[in-house]
Design a binder for this molecule. Structure first.
Ligand SMILES: C[S@@+](CC[C@H](N)C(=O)[O-])C[C@H]1O[C@@H](n2cnc3c(N)ncnc32)[C@H](O)[C@@H]1O
Length: 361
């Protein structure tokens, strides 16, 4: 049996297209492989991801497993493998949902290379690996296995879509990585290859990059950059994404004007994520200091919408004290305040700001 494991993380549309590519190109017979989707509880657009998992779960030979939270690459793989009756004769495909080969038949080609006993790991050769191989100490030897041109590497390089012998994973005690959240899988597995005199080869002709960078969301791209392959982040994943977004929101808030200290912005942000409202309305936006907190949090909730209203006009905004006297706020440049508010919330697609005369129409 060939088990293909996909850890489900990333924006919905990107994963959807990627998995459709997988269906088209892997090229193995139906009965000889099973796709295992691991629900890693990726926090961005969680509801959409859940529906994609449900859709994909309906497809023949697809199994969905759920470790309950993001447990990283190695543990995600191990969790998936524990859910099936794995034997030494099986093969395991690791298929990332963000970047994948589009050459038809890559799975079959890998399977054929795995007929060679000493090969424990095959990967479709992609640009990132090529540049790693070109660096000193990360060279390779050209070999042909079962008619397929390969590069046998002499030191670990970055991995992507690959197939591993289950016997290798079993002998190694499962997959390992140095960083619990997607880091150093290649380097950590390398000693097990060396110890058992096994090789890792890259298939020359089975990759054309398909990564849909336009579909990656910002959080996701940054997360990958910060933690994969030698990154230093070791916090719980969900918390990390949320903290990152909160920090960015606070920076934007501080760059504009208003009455919203950090503590209030954080409280608003957390409250929105806790209550997950679909419609959020702010009356009285000024420079957008509090609106930006609502807007940033709403981005992370499926189908949420934020509406801000402000007249941006002296007459409409006149305040009175309890004795009915006008409060003098001094001269306010409303045009500039409104411009700042709009600039502040511009990155947030789910947020709309209404000013007069449209505001109360
Ligand atoms: C004290 S500021 C608060 C700004 C923002 N919420 C913050 O925390 O930074 C009050 C805002 O309410 C707006 N405002 C006053 N009367 C309003 C009304 N009737 N409808 C909507 N906004 C109003 C003013 O233009 C001003 O921008």
């Amino acid at each position: 049996m060939i088990y293909a494991i996909t850890l489900m993380f990333g924006p919905y549309e990107m994963m959807k297209r990627s998995l459709e590519q997988f269906d088209k190109t892997v090229g193995l017979g139906d009965d000889e492989f099973q796709h295992i989707l691991v629900d890693q509880h990726y926090p961005i657009l969680r509801e959409s991801i859940k529906s994609l998992i449900a859709e994909r779960g309906e497809i023949k030979n697809t199994l969905v497993v759920d470790p309950g939270k993001n447990i990283g690459l190695a543990n995600g793989v191990n969790f998936a493998l524990k859910s099936v009756p794995l034997t030494n004769d099986d093969l395991v495909i690791l298929f990332d949902p963000d970047m994948n080969p589009i050459t038809v038949g890559w799975g079959r080609a890998m399977k054929s290379v795995h007929q060679e006993k000493s090969v424990a790991w095959t990967t479709c050769l992609f640009d990132g690996a090529k540049s790693d191989m070109n660096q000193i100490g990360k060279g390779f030897k050209a070999v042909t296995i079962n008619g397929i041109d390969c590069r046998k590497i002499v030191a670990p390089v970055i991995n992507s879509c690959c197939m591993l012998k289950a016997s290798f994973l079993i002998a190694s005690g499962g997959a390992h990585e140095s960083n619990p959240y997607y880091g150093g899988f290649e380097c950590h597995m390398w000693p097990y290859l060396v110890k058992n005199n096994l090789s890792w080869v890259f298939l020359e002709d089975y990759w054309e990059d398909c990564s849909w960078p336009e579909l990656r969301c910002q959080n996701y791209a940054e997360y990958k950059v910060a933690t994969t392959h030698g990154g230093e982040k070791q916090v719980e994943f969900t918390e990390w994404v949320m903290e990152k977004e909160k920090k960015r929101m606070l920076e934007r808030k501080r760059a504009t004007e208003g009455w919203c200290p950090d503590s209030k912005a954080i409280r608003l942000y957390d409250l929105i994520l806790e209550k997950k409202p679909k419609v959020i309305v702010e009356i009285g936006v000024y420079g957008g200091q509090s609106l930006v907190a609502l807007a940033a949090a709403a981005e992370q909730i499926d189908d949420a919408k934020v509406f801000g209203f402000d007249p941006y006009n002296d007459e409409e905004c006149q305040q009175y004290d309890l004795n009915g006297s006008k409060i003098d706020h001094g001269k306010i440049d409303w045009v500039e305040i409104e411009r700042k508010a709009r600039e502040t919330i511009a990155p947030y697609k789910k947020t709309k700001l209404f000013s007069l005369p449209g505001a109360y129409a």
